[in-house]
Design a protein around this ligand. Structure first.
Ligand code: GLU
Length: 576
């Protein structure tokens, strides 16, 4: 049932929902990474998705409505990063209630999965398999978000995506390159090759790509509701695909079948969770709690920085190293994650005390978030190694005229998910369960288990000053999501950069690894000075693809996407 609790202003706006936007404010045809104005704003990686969000806002929809509409479009235009069969997390500020809510739309492991289900399986074999497909959360997330906080129906929210999927979109370099990078595994599945390798090759840049099957899938969902996936016919087809992937005759790999059953889909729920919250320089920073490690790890690192007398890049790297040591030891989808202690000032001070003039010995050991903190306790535990993760996933921010704000991360895990399109449905399955620790790893909080959600790094983040939202930020990039968000906040609030510069600045990521990965421009500018302090570096060509927005006063909003990374993103406002 849809809720009928609609604030008057929203109700009035819905009445004017069908007044067409004036051509004077028509969205531009090219991506621009920075937009400033009033009445609502959006930043995504994709022009079609940003336009969908703006069109929903102009018709009187709120930030949640716009985010769902944009998410559905990303399922069409960024299908290798996002889709209704993936998962994600929303961090949402409801201006009327003056409260931050989060929705956990993370995929779950099937009930038949155990702590040893991935043991002994080479990681690459897990990546392209039925076994790695988690029970999809994104569709349930959209549905819960709209029912709880939205003003439009799922049917209405899917309309822009249906248009883009049937009319088609122009293939850009990023889409082409992502398809090409996946060609080997895409051709191993009949359904995927048919859709994404139309003449046996990735669609050329500049060509128009249509996905009529996905348009139909969205149409059917509009008609039948989400039960069509969560227990109905679409669910049956997902299960069949997971259990018996549609292999091409000349398949080149061992494709392991999955454990998902229709009952797993029937039992899936997106969940409202309490956000994480830390006080940083007198501001409140809200993030995503477990099963994501985003909120706790960004939050802990900010607390550590707050406890230091001065902050430069050395301190940024060291705080991140320590927070990652604690993430590995304590955070997962398990009962009893010591979240309050990990985010306490006492613990932060104890950790901050370990940061000296030189880089810490590798690996940093986890601390003891036990509630009793000494001035400078040497930790005794042992560090968990970190898996390398790629540049997958997508993130968006949306604000509306009422002051509601959402930061929304969605993903199908690897670029291209598990590589398997559900035949006739136009949508790739996720391989989110590869985010579990494969093991054996006794005591690891992130081992797989029945119904468990794999630990995520997604970190949609909202910042408040004096109780009012001032900034929203997030990024893709596996575990580098955490450092990207952290570095943007450090750039903005420690180094005083404006938001576009804070996003554009060259990045480095220290995740309790022996070497800090960094972009070339970062190395050019900072390598020598940081090596003199004992840091060592490895090149990472591109870290993250962030989106953010900032309230700059008197109702003005600055929406910001990447100027260059991942082909650049698209920022738009309702009234420039
Ligand atoms: N699976 C990742 C996570 O939840 C997101 C995908 C990625 O960006 O690598 O942290």
């Amino acid at each position: 049932m849809r809720r009928v609790l609609v604030p008057a202003a929203v109700a009035a706006a819905v009445l004017i929902a069908f007044v067409p936007a004036s051509p004077a404010v028509a969205a531009p045809q090219r991506k621009v990474p920075v937009a400033e104005g009033y009445g609502g704003a959006v930043a995504t990686v994709d022009l079609d998705a940003s336009k969908a969000a703006i069109s929903v806002l102009r018709k009187g929809g709120n930030a949640v409505d716009a985010a769902v509409a944009a998410g559905a479009v990303l399922g069409v235009t960024e299908p290798f990063s996002a889709g209704l069969t993936g998962g994600g997390f929303m961090v949402y500020y409801d201006a009327r209630k003056r409260k931050v809510y989060t929705i956990d739309g993370r995929e779950t492991a099937p009930r038949a999965m155990t702590s040893t289900s991935f043991e002994g399986i080479p990681f690459e074999e897990g990546v392209t398999s039925g076994l790695s497909a988690g029970v999809p959360g994104t569709l349930a997330n959209w549905d819960l978000a709209l029912r709880r906080f939205g003003t439009i129906s799922l049917k209405e929210a899917l309309k822009p995506a249906i248009t883009v999927a049937s009319r088609g979109f122009v293939v850009d370099q990023t889409f082409h390159d992502q398809t090409a990078a996946n060609q080997d595994r895409f051709q191993d599945f009949t359904s995927t090759a048919e859709l994404y390798l139309p003449n046996g090759a990735p669609p050329p840049v500049g060509s128009v790509f249509r996905n009529p099957d996905l348009a139909n899938t969205y149409r059917e969902l509009s008609r039948r509701g989400i039960g069509w996936l969560y227990g109905g016919q679409l669910g049956k087809e997902v299960v069949a695909t997971v259990k018996q992937p549609p292999l091409s005759p000349g398949v080149t790999r061992n494709v392991r079948p999955g454990l998902m059953e229709l009952s797993d889909l029937r039992d899936y729920r997106a969940l409202l969770r309490e956000p994480t919250k830390v006080d940083y320089h007198g501001m409140d920073v809200y993030g995503m709690a477990p099963p994501s490690s985003g909120g706790s790890t960004v939050g802990e690192a900010l607390n550590i920085l707050d406890a230091l007398p001065q902050v430069g890049l050395h301190e940024y790297l060291e705080a991140s190293r320590l927070a990652f040591a604690d993430r590995g030891a304590y955070v997962g989808d398990i009962p009893g994650v010591p979240l309050d202690e990990l985010l306490s000032d006492g613990f932060a001070k104890e950790r901050a005390c370990l940061i000296g003039d030189r880089a810490m010995a590798h690996p940093a050991a986890p601390g003891d978030p036990d509630g009793s903190y000494g001035p400078c306790a040497e930790p005794t535990g042992s560090a968990t190694p970190i898996a390398d993760e790629g540049p997958e996933t997508t993130h968006m921010v949306v604000a509306d005229r009422w002051g509601n704000v959402i930061a929304y991360n969605l993903t199908i895990e690897s670029t291209g998910g598990n590589g398997i399109v559900v035949p006739g449905r136009g949508v790739l399955l996720n391989n989110e369960l590869t985010d579990f620790t494969f093991g054996p790893a006794p005591g690891d909080p992130n081992l797989p288990g029945p119904g468990k959600r794999p630990r995520s790094s997604m970190a949609p983040t909202l910042v408040f000053k004096h109780g009012k939202p001032v900034l929203a930020v997030g990024s893709p990039g596996g575990s580098t999501i955490i450092t990207t968000v952290l570095q943007i906040l450090v750039n903005r609030y420690e180094f005083g950069m404006n938001l576009p510069d804070a996003l554009a600045a060259p990045r480095a990521t220290q995740r309790n690894t022996a070497q800090t990965q960094a972009e070339q421009a970062f190395l050019d500018q900072h390598q020598a000075e940081l090596e003199a302090k004992g840091h060592s570096f490895a090149l990472n060509p591109e870290i993250g693809a962030a989106t953010a927005l900032e309230f700059t006063g008197r109702g003005r909003i600055q929406a910001v996407a990447e100027p260059v990374r991942r082909g650049g993103g698209s920022a738009l406002v309702v009234r420039p």
